[in-house]
Design a binder for this molecule. Structure first.
Ligand code: PEP
Length: 254
């Protein structure tokens, strides 16, 4: 049985003052439940202040990326040690925007997951096909390649705290979310693949999130899908009431 996990990815939005206003709104509107984990992922520069602000709220902190080394001459990068230091418990890895704009590839995703686990950070690993790949009938091939190379070299014990987010690239920030059938089919495919690579209990313990234009008005039917354990929310997580409404509709454990 896993908790429902709902992650708000703020992307490159909100300087420190706006970040603090947003978390104050979240604290006012979100009712905590022991079976639902709520996580926010602000920009790197807001992590420290947000971490302090949410310390007693039950809301948890995620970073939007991580570098695979711990320290040294890597200008502009942030390591797991530093993320842990400012209170992060989760880290988003391999988001399609990082793959598209910053040269993230399956091999670097794998290295970043190692770095996350080494620092006891829970990875939220993003996978998903482009529109051309879906239309070319390649969705499952893409998912298989992305998931297999992400988890290469890991053992069942590494998946005790682990999330995979299925985010069809064509649904991110476009207002076009995948149908419930498309979501469940992809989640089931990923779950079965992980069960084949490891074993069923390991695969069932991994939280499978859906992301792509989720909002309060469309989340209910997505939550109902048997292999959906939560959501990764971009745009709609920037509005406290809207995000709280998504959290309020979340089922407990699955
Ligand atoms: C995301 O950034 O992971 C995302 C799913 O964005 P949006 O909800 O805006 O589509």
């Amino acid at each position: 049985m896993t908790n429902t996990l709902i992650v708000g990815n703020w992307k490159m939005n909100n300087a420190v003052p706006e970040s603090l206003m947003l978390v104050a709104g979240l604290e006012a509107h979100i009712k905590q439940s022991p079976n639902v984990d709520v996580v926010v992922a602000p920009t790197f520069t807001s992590l420290y202040s947000v971490g302090i602000a949410i310390a007693d709220s039950g809301i948890k902190l995620a970073a939007q990326d991580i570098f695979w080394e711990e320290k040294g001459a890597y200008t502009g990068e942030i390591s797991g040690t530093f993320l842990k230091d400012v209170g992060c418990e989760y880290v988003i890895i391999g988001h399609s925007e990082r793959r598209k704009y910053f040269g993230e590839i399956n091999e670097t995703v794998n290295k970043k997951i190692y770095a996350a686990l080494r620092n006891a950070l829970i990875p939220i690993v993003c996978v998903g096909e482009t529109l051309a790949e879906r239309e070319g009938g390649k969705t499952f091939d893409v998912l298989e390649k992305q998931v297999k190379s992400a988890v290469a070299g890991f053992q069942p014990k590494d998946f005790e705290h682990f999330a995979v987010a299925y985010e069809p690239v064509w649904a991110i920030g476009t207002g076009k979310n995948a149908t419930e059938e498309q979501i469940e089919e992809s989640h089931k495919f990923i779950r079965n693949m992980l069960a084949k690579l490891y074993d069923a209990p390991t695969a069932n313990n991994i939280q499978l999130l859906y992301g792509g234009s989720v909002k309060a008005s469309n989340c209910k039917d997505i939550y109902k899908q048997p292999n959906v354990n939560g959501l990764l929310v971009g745009g709609a997580s920037l509005d406290a009431k809207g995000f709280a409404d998504i959290v309020a509709q979340a089922p407990g454990q699955k």
